[in-house]
Unconditional design. Structure first.
Length: 650
């Protein structure tokens, strides 16, 4: 293995530092790369298909054969269209490429066109680059390169990177032969000048056995193979291709060749990377007979909830246990306040967590939109800990909020699904969901897994404070019922399908619940908006009469979440207010409910469970309702317009 030394250059500050705001880093875009002995094109297309859930509007690949020019194929559209174009442009007798990079782009600088799609070429085809992130100083760099004679084929910021690397390579090589060391130093020089965020995969025309990857604020994973190596923006393209991975950290460069991987750090030079096992089951990223990933993931919830519970119940002490909080029992007992922060669905789960922790543990909890927390500069007393809740572990707003809180000296913890993600690496500790890959853009199983973890966290803090042993046992008994109860709740699917047929042409929906089920109403409305594009709003049911009841008419269905519990009678009264004004009512009720059916136009029955776990069970029919309505409206359920799975846009 060649000993490659870092040149000693210092990189420009990576934008997601604790003191600087995030750029519009779009890791909803996807990156794949391959170097080895198999057909690179086949792997790249398969990998891009697995990254489609991230959200994108164009796609492309660049491949290199021995002693050949870089071949780039790009389309504005889906990966399936790219695959068609690759087949159309195939040349009989072509030797399969052994090296390549690919990308799915979500448009920022310039519309979705083949010219703006990645990969981008630099220096008349000397270099090809794919890029996730945003380069904030690209206009100045572009002007400088234009003055040198470089011509730009796109409107993107990313093409600047390709030309900068090409310019560096040419200057370093001079009139002599180009070496791999020249390529490495050119990449180092380039990223030292970039201000913003980037995840990069780079290939060079002169080397058919070399890829270089670099990261600053945008995730990259290296797949370790035997005489072949892989690059991806997350692990999904690597499943089934390799069982060993390296997570690149910020300010690292990976020099990737078929038989070696070398990692260089900005400050430390060459380092020994940690190789980890890739545990994802390849079946988890396949449809397995389901029509859509969203439907598959809805039906996986009994299993994902069981996985969230597994190993975390301490019967002997009637509490929950977590191995990754990295705080002592004494430190956790001394907590005086908890802040839960997240975005979208994760913010809704945080709202449920607020109710749970305050009721069971009597600890004050504040829920903050992550996008607001880092800018509000709220007063935070000592004794406060912050939990960032995220499925992907890459959400820019949540990561920024945690960094800001960490900079101010507060312990930061994560509730996260993706092992090795940016938030998982940067938080002081945390809890993994173990929900498995969630491919559908609209979160389902990650949401109910978040609620399950938050319920266990509330039990844990409660047992540290005042919850009795007997009460802890009762809570555990209810938690252990959850997988079976959610399995039973899925039996409502046929009911939901028939209801969807009645209301799929509505243009507005209201979702209403109280106490624990107010956040459930918010989440139900969000699911409908995300995948069916119907306007929907969630409210506390009692708030209807303070304004939103003006929206009620015969064309606006109201979905009431009315399981039996402490506020059951109150929600019934709110329901009657809607009925009195001619509004259609869909009610989610316990299976043995004696009253609501008489007052509702349509009823969805779910199994009974204690009220603090009702949001998990009640979410199932709301997910199915959104799914069935979206199908009837002809929407792309797994890839709704304008949305992405890993939202790193601030």
């Amino acid at each position: 293995m060649v000993d490659i030394r870092c040149s000693g250059l210092r990189y420009a500050r990576c934008r997601p530092s604790p003191l600087t705001p995030f750029a519009k880093d779009l890791t909803m875009c996807g990156i794949v790369g391959y170097v080895g002995r198999r057909d690179a094109t086949s792997y790249l297309l398969t990998g891009l298909q697995r990254l489609e859930y991230r959200g994108y509007d164009s796609a492309g690949i660049a491949t290199l054969r021995s002693s050949d020019s870089i071949r780039v194929i790009k389309v504005a559209g889906r990966v399936a269209e790219l695959e068609t174009e690759v087949r159309r442009r195939a040349i009989d007798g072509d030797v399969p490429a052994s090296l390549g990079i690919g990308h799915t782009r979500w448009a920022t600088h310039g519309p979705a066109t083949p010219e703006n799609a990645h990969p981008h070429l630099g220096g008349n085809g000397l270099v090809a680059v794919v890029h996730n992130g945003v380069i904030e100083n690209f206009e100045n760099l572009k002007e400088e390169l234009s003055d040198k004679g470089y011509r730009f084929a796109s409107q993107t910021d990313s093409e600047v990177i390709a030309h900068l690397i090409a310019d560096g390579v040419q200057q370093l090589a001079g009139d002599g032969s180009l070496t791999i060391q020249h390529c490495i130093e050119a990449v180092q020089q380039t990223i030292a000048r970039l201000r913003g965020t980037y995840g990069l995969a780079i290939l060079f025309r002169e080397f058919d056995d070399l890829l270089i990857a670099a990261r600053c604020g945008s995730p990259l994973v290296i797949g370790v193979g035997k005489n072949e190596q892989f690059i991806a923006s997350d692990t999904s393209p690597l499943v089934g291709a390799t069982e060993r991975i390296i997570y690149l950290a910020d300010h690292q460069i990976a020099v990737v060749r078929p038989d070696s991987i070398q990692v260089l750090h900005r400050d430390q030079g060459r380092i020994r990377p940690e190789i980890q096992a890739l545990n994802n089951d390849s079946q988890e990223v396949q449809l397995e007979g389901y029509e859509h990933y969203m439907l598959k993931e809805i039906y996986e919830q009994p299993k994902s909830i069981q996985n969230a519970l597994r190993g975390r119940i301490d019967h002997d002490n009637a509490t929950a246990k977590f191995g990754g909080l990295n705080l002592t029992t004494g430190q956790l007992r001394a907590v005086q306040r908890i802040i839960l922060t997240g975005c979208g669905t994760s913010w809704h789960s945080a709202l449920v967590g607020e109710y749970l922790i305050e009721e069971l543990a009597r600890i004050p909890v504040e829920v903050e939109y992550a996008s607001e927390l880092r800018y509000r500069n709220p007063p935070i007393d000592p004794g406060t800990i912050i939990f960032g809740i995220t499925q992907s572990g890459e959400t820019a707003d949540t990561l920024a909020a945690l960094r800001e809180m960490k900079r101010k000296g507060h312990p930061t913890l994560a509730i996260c699904n993706v092992i090795g993600s940016s938030i998982a690496q940067e938080a002081d500790g945390g809890i993994y969901l173990h929900a498995g890959p969630e491919i559908g853009v609209a979160s389902t199983k990650a949401f109910t897994s978040q609620l399950t973890v938050l319920a266990m966290l509330a039990l844990y803090f409660g047992r540290l404070r005042h919850v009795s042993f007997e009460a802890g046992q009762r809570i555990i008994a209810q938690l252990e019922r959850l997988p079976a109860i959610v399995e039973q709740a899925l039996a409502c699917h046929e009911q939901v399908r028939e209801i969807a047929k009645k209301y799929y042409q509505a243009t507005n929906f209201l979702y209403l619940g109280r106490k624990y089920n107010f956040p459930t109403a918010l989440e139900g409305a969000l699911k409908l908006k995300e995948i069916s594009y119907i306007h929907a709003e969630g409210y506390p049911a009692a708030e209807m009469k303070h304004g939103p009841i003006a929206l009620v008419d015969e064309h606006t269905p109201s979905v009431f979440i009315v399981p039996q519990g402490t506020v059951y009678d109150k929600v019934l009264s709110n329901l009657q207010e809607v009925k009195a004004r001619g509004g259609p009512v869909i009610s989610v009720v316990d299976h043995d409910d004696p009253h609501v059916a008489k007052l509702s136009d349509d009823v969805i029955h779910v199994p009974s469970i204690e009220d603090f776990l009702q949001p998990i069970v009640a979410s199932v029919p709301l997910q199915l309702l959104a799914y069935e309505i979206a199908l009837l409206r002809g929407c792309d359920v797994d890839k709704p317009r304008n949305l992405a799975k890993s939202v790193t846009v601030e």
